[in-house]
Write a protein that binds this ligand. Sequence first.
Ligand code: ARG
Length: 485
Amino acid sequence: MPKSSVRPSKGTKSKTTKLSSKSAPVSRSGRFSSGPGADVAQFTESISFDWRLWRHDIQGSLAHAAMLRQIGVLTKVEESAIARGLADIQQDIETGNFTWKPELEDVHMNIEAELTRRIPAGAKLHTARSRNDQVALDVRLWLRDEITALRSDIAGLQRALVNLGAANAEVIIPGYTHLQRAQPVYLAHHLLAYVEMLQRDTGRLADGQARLNVCPLGSGAIAGSTLPMDREFVARQLGFVDATGQPRITQNSMDAVSDRDFVVEFAAAAALLAVHLSRLAEDMILWAGAEFNFIKIADAYTTGSSLMPQKKNPDIAELVRGKTGRVFGNLISLLTLLKGLPMTYNRDLQEDKERLFDTADTVRASTRLMAAMLEHTKINAAVCAAAASDSSLLATDLADYLVLKGMPFRQAHHVVGAVVGLSEKNGKPLNQLTLAELQSIDKTFAPDALAVFDLKTAMAKRNLTGAPGTKEVANQLAGWKARLG
Ligand code: ARG
């Protein structure tokens, strides 16, 4: 493996990419007489990507060491030495002074081997622990933190949507079905639809986060240990507790070392989040085009064309839409990875990490970039007003008018259909028709009929919960502002 072939760190500020190029034999003691060849080592190593688990690996080892001291496997002096050694390694990793060795396969062996090289008592750290329960622990700890960070990214995007809506609270646009003009809505109502979707995404992520918050350590390789481990102690140390502070530990060692449900759950929730981000991106792309021209995205969030000087392309939004492909693909990869595995741990499981990391990196970046883009987007209020002044948007209101006069809705729909036909034939918008013209279709129309086309009044009337009425949208905006802080 070439030196520094580890990808530069995403999602961490430390320079943790130093990689040794030695192809020394793997340090497997005991029954192995020779190490693997270079091609085998390169095929099996995971350090090039799982180094990202280092912080959580150390966190887990500190808790495990504290427990080993409690039960008398480590002396106080040994535990302190191990804790100090791990703190030094942490510092070396953070400052980019730690050399990851591919011949040591993965993050767990790299850290433990270096600890033991520095601190002889490190050789006791793996007591009653296997990389099988260790990796299950590390991924749970890593993902727990990552979900917390993603939930806060999502809240940031929700705030950006609410702020854009609130700053343009008067702006009305056509609402669309089938991408055809349907009925008028406040722009804020349209944006708040995404706030609702994102809130459900947050809920799904939180549900998965609560379900993964169970400590697998103590499961060993498959069958626990004959040693008197204090699993509850470790769980408490690592924050695997329920709402009442009681420790939560896995109840079946075989399940615990082979379960990756929580990774799939995250990938599924992330895929749905990606769908929502993609739909928002699509709306922005449409709105930024000359045909709609509802918004102007700031230059920093668009790119030019190398050939056409006039172009300003919404590439950020397009990439958010495009990146859904890899997020969906990761979910399918993970499901496929798990479906045929016999109990219990199988090395296949190592393949979960790149898919997991890629999903987390992708949805977090997409969420943050969408928020930043919205914060740098202006609304073309005049264009929106012109589009919303299309009186055919209020054809349904005219039918409702007839219903209030006692006409069955089916008949009112038919009558207004005829009115629309007349307006098309006469080349006049609906609100320019005269009372006589309306009455030529149905005598139920009275002089107050044309008042239906006053947009302000029409918006004020839509005050069912969840409708885009003037008061209702203001209430929703205020509610979300309060909820999101
Ligand atoms: N790197 C491995 C993984 O990600 C760690 C566990 C390896 N365990 C084993 N028995 N080979 O799954």
